[in-house]
Design a protein around this ligand. Sequence first.
Ligand SMILES: C[S@@+](CC[C@H](N)C(=O)[O-])C[C@H]1O[C@@H](n2cnc3c(N)ncnc32)[C@H](O)[C@@H]1O
Length: 214
Amino acid sequence: MSCCCPHSNSANRFFSFFAGRYRRRFEKKGFEPSQKQLMEGLQRAGFQDAEILEIGSGVGHLHQTLLEHGAASAVGVDLASKMICEAQKWAHERELDDRTAYIEGDFMELVDSVMDADVTVLDKVVCCYPDADGLVHASIGKTKRVYALTYPRNRWYVRMVMGMTAWVMKIMRSDFRSYVHDPELIEKWIRDAGFGKLYQNSNLVWLTQVYVKF
Ligand SMILES: C[S@@+](CC[C@H](N)C(=O)[O-])C[C@H]1O[C@@H](n2cnc3c(N)ncnc32)[C@H](O)[C@@H]1O
């Protein structure tokens, strides 16, 4: 397994800084368009009574909403400490403490201690990690039935924005980078693991896909 430690430490600082804003944005505006698509795909795949694993779970709004709509339990894994704090606080306020568990850290380092789940979700996470191959294979290995993810489309304007962001990060002496990983390769890895695509949608930036195990 490749070591992404400097990147993960910088990603922790970066996303911890934005955790409060993530929660306020959800409280004010709800899901963004790509997340509405993700919910639509998950509804088609079914998540009633399911155990959910959300990797890069942020402030928890997505899996907590799934719990409020019939999922049984959820584990959220995130490497940003403040994202985990916000998610725990929000779960408490939504009276979901007994159905949620949170693990702080890089999923790739925790993979052996994370339980398998019926439904695995990675919403805008693959693009935050250099080793997409490792992350997709490790997360799909935890998935019993449904694998749902949102990641950037491979378009020139997306690559341009990410290039500009990388430049700003470099100036700020941060090792955090975002990535446009090849969607065709990602799809191949998932299909080769025995999953078929049930749902796909997109907007200008994000590709949303939901796969179901054969
Ligand atoms: C762009 S944010 C998206 C958060 C949330 N999914 C949402 O859409 O609101 C990406 C999140 O993934 C987390 N993350 C990135 N790579 C990770 C990894 N390898 N293990 C655990 N969390 C990771 C980051 O800390 C961050 O909170």
